[in-house]
Design a protein around this ligand. Structure first.
Ligand code: NAP
Length: 644
């Protein structure tokens, strides 16, 4: 890596201005990295109490010293043209990690973090060939990916990089998946964006720390272009069925094209990347179909309908409702929110903050700033809470919290709610959830509580009995007139891969094995009886404690790329997961979940199925899942060799 700051950042004043707006802890880490300065870390350590950028109390004088020294170090690199170092030496690295987040970072995280940050020029998550297969072998092979959302794109990008032919079948007219489909007002990410992006494709131009849907979608569009995968995506086309053809060791796919015609397609390997949250769940409320005004789901927002000046009824208060409600409340005549169960929502000072121009310049031009910033965001929003989501069997109030840490968190959340509601203490009993924090997905407070205090907003907690053409009527008989209904009622998450019919080696389908809502897979990726089928964002791979789903996707893609390397280098025609590792893995998943918050009997969530088994979420820390998927083991598979 080379540095020429004079080109990038202009003069010293511009560099200084960027540094003033940049966060101090990543600057400190850059200084330690480039200057080899461990002493400044000791000086700063007492003032850093956590990984978020608002968790330090570094005195102004010390901050100025860091900025001055870093300016000097950068000038020196610039003047001498010295090459930048790659990773710091091990002892300095450990110290940087620990000081940066104000706590000891266990050694088990170090290799993961080095991968995640990519301190060198190469992508450590790429899977290089050990012996590149002959061109005719590659040419005779085709992977089919179903879905061009963020998982499918990641897979396609890595296949392109390896030179493995692929086709992506996408039901929508363009890429982006959930970030294309969900275009409701206020839709955005609630994982910090400089971490919620591919590790190999950082975006320094995120306008907000938690950007909105258009920016997320545009990022994925850009990635499709930049990595040249769009030419192999077939849009407006849907895979409806897949059948394993044992004689040819191929998947025979039935595909519905844009005009409704059906064709077939053959694939050596089938990779599903359809997400867990894209089939809307429409509530079965009497009279809904007869409602006179527009009715639409958040995931299918009707942009032809204006909410301005209308009486809008919104059913559902999950992550989609949390973003929609406060975004439309100022424009509507009346917003009536029907809440069945309150959610917990946490405040984050960065949630509504824009990224300043100086910080964007620092991300782009100060060497390693973006990488250390990514490390800090990873740490701030990943495994830190995992231990506190375990149930303490001796805890005296299991209905309200799980353990002492969870109880403390509950108190902080209630203090935030109370502050936000101000004089409207009458709302407290309605909005404080009667179950432990994290029992449902933790939301980020999008000024929800403030919105509830608006004169044109009403929170209804009585159940809806039925819907008249012009009103929603609750069990007590109260009528709530409405001009339109927004269904923020979530998705059919448990019916994974539905409605596709995927028929395996023994002639039965995945649905036959899984039932309606009981999916299982080894590592969430592969299942016995279904050779050469790999799943992205499959069973038990959703993250409920923290982290970024992109991190999990990259773990899965890395694993699948190793499987494909094994196949293509080794002349393997069929690779099928063995029953024993699959069953043992799922037994471990279930055992781990029994002690975790999502199994809590006092609350429903989309993470578990009708029988209470957690099917969507991973019980593992990120570092555990990373270790589980890091090295592909051929011993876990039955291998069928090709006739060569
Ligand atoms: P959700 O979390 O499943 O919430 C659905 C809401 O609708 C719940 O409040 C639910 O009540 C209510 N509901 C469902 N059926 C109902 C009925 N018949 N009558 C009354 N209320 C009913 O769905 P979501 O908000 O679309 O979010 C789903 C997931 O998508 C999130 O958990 C998250 O993973 C992802 N997401 C993320 C973001 C983000 O990153 N910011 C934004 C949106 C979505 P109950 O709680 O009582 O079931």
């Amino acid at each position: 890596m080379d540095v020429r700051l004079t080109h990038a950042l202009g003069d010293a004043a511009e560099l200084r201005a960027a540094m003033e707006e940049a966060d101090i802890v990543p600057l400190l880490l850059v200084l330690a990295h480039l200057g080899g300065d461990a002493a400044i870390l000791d000086e700063a350590a007492p003032y850093i109490h956590g990984a978020w950028n608002f968790m330090h109390t570094l005195p102004a004088a010390l901050q100025a010293k860091v900025r001055d020294r870093l300016a000097e170090v950068l000038r020196d690199y610039d003047a001498t043209g010295r090459a930048l170092p790659a990773a710091p030496p091990a002892h300095l690295l450990r110290k940087m990690l620990n000081v940066g987040v104000g706590q000891e970072v266990p050694q088990e995280y170090v290799p993961l973090l080095l991968e995640e940050m990519r301190l060198g020029d190469n992508d450590p998550r790429s899977v290089p060939w050990r012996a590149r297969p002959p061109a005719e072998v590659l040419a005779g092979f085709r992977a089919v990916i179903i879905g061009a959302g963020l998982s499918g794109l990641c897979m396609a990008i890595k296949l392109r990089e390896a030179g493995i032919p692929f086709t992506v079948i996408e039901k929508n007219p363009t890429v982006g998946g959930t970030w294309y489909e969900n275009a409701y007002p206020g839709c955005g990410v609630d994982t910090p964006n400089h971490f919620f992006s591919y590790s190999f494709a950082p975006n320094h131009d995120w306008p907000e720390h938690f950007s909105k849907r258009n920016d997320l979608w545009a990022y994925l569009e850009r990635c499709a272009e930049q990595y040249d995968v769009r030419r192999d995506i077939t849009f407006n086309t849907e895979v409806t069925a897949a059948r394993w053809n044992a004689a040819r060791a191929r998947w025979d796919l039935t595909v519905r094209e844009a005009d409704g015609a059906t064709t077939t397609l053959e694939a050596n390997v089938l990779i599903t990347a359809v997400g867990q949250l894209n089939r809307p769940s429409i509530p079965d409320i009497p009279g809904l179909k007869e409602f006179a005004g527009p009715v639409f789901h958040t995931g299918q927002w009707d942009h032809g309908q204006s909410v301005a000046g209308k009486r809008v009824a919104m059913i559902g208060t999950g992550a989609s409702g949390m973003q929609t409600g406060p975004s439309i409340a100022p424009d509507v005549e009346r917003l009536t929110i029907f809440q069945r169960t309150p959610h917990w929502a946490v405040h984050n000072p960065n949630y509504h903050a824009r990224v300043s121009a100086g910080k964007i310049r620092a991300l782009k031009h100060i060497p390693f700033y973006a990488k250390w910033n990514r490390f800090l965001l990873f740490w701030a929003s990943s495994d830190g809470l995992h231990a506190s989501l375990q149930i303490d069997p001796d805890w005296p109030t299991p209905d309200r919290s799980l353990n002492a840490t969870n109880q403390q968190f509950r108190k902080l959340l209630i203090a935030h709610i109370t502050k936000e509601l101000g004089a409207r203490t009458d709302l407290l009993p309605k909005v404080v959830p009667p179950y432990p924090p994290y029992g449902k997905r933790m939301l980020r407070d999008n000024h929800w509580y403030r919105m509830l205090t608006r004169p044109n907003v009403e929170l209804v907690t009585e159940r809806i009995d039925h819907i008249d053409p012009d009103a929603l009527v609750t069990h007590g008989g109260a009528r709530h007139p409405a001009d339109m209904i927004v269904l923020a009622t979530g998705f059919q998450a448990g019916r994974m891969l539905w409605p596709m019919e995927i028929r395996g080696r023994e002639g039965d389908t995945l649905r036959d094995r899984w039932g309606d809502d009981d999916p299982r897979a080894y590592l969430g990726i592969t299942a016995p009886g279904f050779p050469n089928l790999f799943m992205l964002y499959g069973p038990n791979t959703n993250l409920g404690h923290g982290g970024s789903i992109i991190f999990h996707t990259e773990c899965q893609v890395h694993y699948i790329m190793q499987a494909l390397r094994e196949m293509l280098e080794g002349g393997i025609a069929a690779l099928e997961c063995r029953q024993a590792p699959h069953d043992a893995y799922n037994a471990k998943v279930d055992a781990a979940h029994r002690n975790m918050v999502w199994s809590h009997g006092g609350v429903g969530n989309w993470y578990k199925n009708a029988r209470g088994r957690v099917i969507a979420n991973s019980p593992w820390r990120l570092v555990d899942y990373w270790a589980l998927t890091h090295a592909f083991s051929r011993a876990d598979f039955v291998v069928g060799l090709a006739d060569r």
